[in-house]
Write a protein that binds this ligand. Structure first.
Ligand SMILES: *Cc1c(COP(=O)(O)O)cnc(C)c1O
Length: 408
């Protein structure tokens, strides 16, 4: 368990937290969009360009071998981090979005008119649009699990949607708007009973839970480095080997080939079959430092602390007259979205910004969810390991101030 002094020590590792915003100390609570980076990650970037930079996999020379070794080392680290069976099941992509697009693109070769895909009403746009596109192209039916007024998934509705026609169920592990943790193990088990594959969007969950591919028995799990203290532009598609082996390549070029002639080209084995072109070598290697950071603190410690923070935030903010908090408040992973009276979320966000508080406002990449709640946008506060109870008190006071300013 982390004590207050541990959190202060952790804060010292994040130089950006010393920044002043309009002469106020920065209160960074936009962590669901991206997290800040600790010193060991920042140092790893410098180290990479000082002593490693080189292209991977084809080089015979010293640096190329060093870079290759480190890239593969991070692949192994991620394999262990998510308890995957083999490191070849870890495919590097640009991030969650590209990982979902990769699966959508590859799986479309196997689907036919009348097949069905199930998503939910709370998905991020990146777990909606790729499925819409292939559904329109092939004539698939895209079904949407409804949610209750409190934001929880309607599992009875899911039971009524799933059938032998379902080929894929694609659901977020944690909602990026409501912080709700979905019962993915139950969903995976039921989907498999009907012979459907399952993809879990783990963008928000990856730094919160000890995620275990063996235990979940999930077919695909996707996430990004930048939401777990790592760099942007790098992420992972985990896929079961026996499924990925049947997939055609996603993009074509160098790195993914075995033999090329003008008559016929044969492809590399996993994972390289899906990694055409020079990868984001810097991003991969630096991600390794972020995983070390998370592992040193312990994922369950991070989750426990964030749950305490959000519980406190819900209690404090919930007491404000005229605030509407969205979503169930009992199983929250560290994200709250709200509106104040009938104020425009943009106005609220702008005033909070002037007070040094970084929140996200708008549709939060989930327009269907906004429509469900009958709003065009929300204000989102999302917490991380370096946030403090004092910052929540400051947020509370700043919201009161905001209400006064707008009401004037
Ligand atoms: C952030 C996020 C994404 C998109 O991740 P990228 O890193 O932008 O590709 C998808 N789903 C959820 C739930 C997210 O929070």
């Amino acid at each position: 368990m982390l004590l207050e002094e541990d959190i202060l020590e952790i804060r010292k590792k994040f130089p950006i937290l010393n920044e002043k915003v309009y002469s106020h100390p920065l209160v960074y609570i936009d962590n669901a969009a991206t997290t800040q980076k600790p010193l060991q990650v920042i140092k790893a970037i410098k180290k990479y360009y000082y002593s490693i930079n080189s292209n991977v996999h084809r080089g015979i020379h010293f640096l190329s071998q060093k870079a290759t070794y480190q890239v593969e080392n991070v692949r192994n680290k991620i394999q262990k981090f998510i308890h995957a069976n083999e490191s070849s099941e870890i495919i590097f992509t640009k991030g969650t979005t590209e990982s979902i697009n990769l699966v959508a693109s590859c799986i479309s070769f196997f689907l036919k008119k009348g097949d069905e895909i199930i998503i939910s009403h709370m998905e991020h746009h990146s777990n909606i649009v790729p499925w819409q596109i292939i559904s329109e192209k092939i004539g698939l039916t895209l079904k949407v699990i409804s949610i209750y007024e409190n934001g929880l998934l309607n599992l009875e509705n899911f039971k009524s949607l799933i059938s032998e026609k379902t080929k894929l169920v694609s659901i977020s592990h944690i909602s990026n708007v409501l912080g709700i943790i979905n019962p993915i193990k139950w969903i995976i088990n039921l989907s498999h009973k009907y012979g459907s594959l399952v993809l879990i969007d783990g963008a928000q969950a990856i730094s919160n839970f000890d995620i275990n591919m063996q235990d979940l028995n999930v077919d695909f799990y996707v996430f990004s480095a930048h939401k777990m203290y790592g760099p942007t532009g790098i992420g992972v598609l985990y896929g079961k080997k026996k499924i990925l082996e049947t997939f055609p390549p996603y993009q074509f070029g160098g790195e993914m080939i075995e033999n090329v002639s003008f008559k016929k080209t044969t492809y590399s084995k996993l994972p390289f079959k899906f990694e055409a072109g020079t990868p984001n070598i810097e991003g991969i290697i630096v991600w390794g430092a972020a995983i070390d950071f998370v592992t040193e603190i312990g994922v369950s410690n991070i989750q426990y602390y964030k749950e305490k923070l959000v519980k406190y935030a819900i209690k404090r903010l919930g007491s404000i007259n005229g605030i509407k908090l969205y979503g169930d408040n009992t199983k929250n992973s560290g994200i709250i979205s709200f509106n104040l009276n009938s104020f425009h979320p943009f106005d609220v966000g702008s005033i909070l910004d002037r007070l040094g508080i970084a929140v996200r406002t708008g549709h939060l990449c989930a327009q269907p969810l906004m429509n469900f709640f009958g709003v065009t946008g929300m204000v989102r506060a999302s917490f991380s390991i370096y946030n403090t109870f004092e910052e929540i008190d400051y947020l509370f006071e700043s919201i009161l101030k905001t209400i006064n300013i707008i009401n004037k």
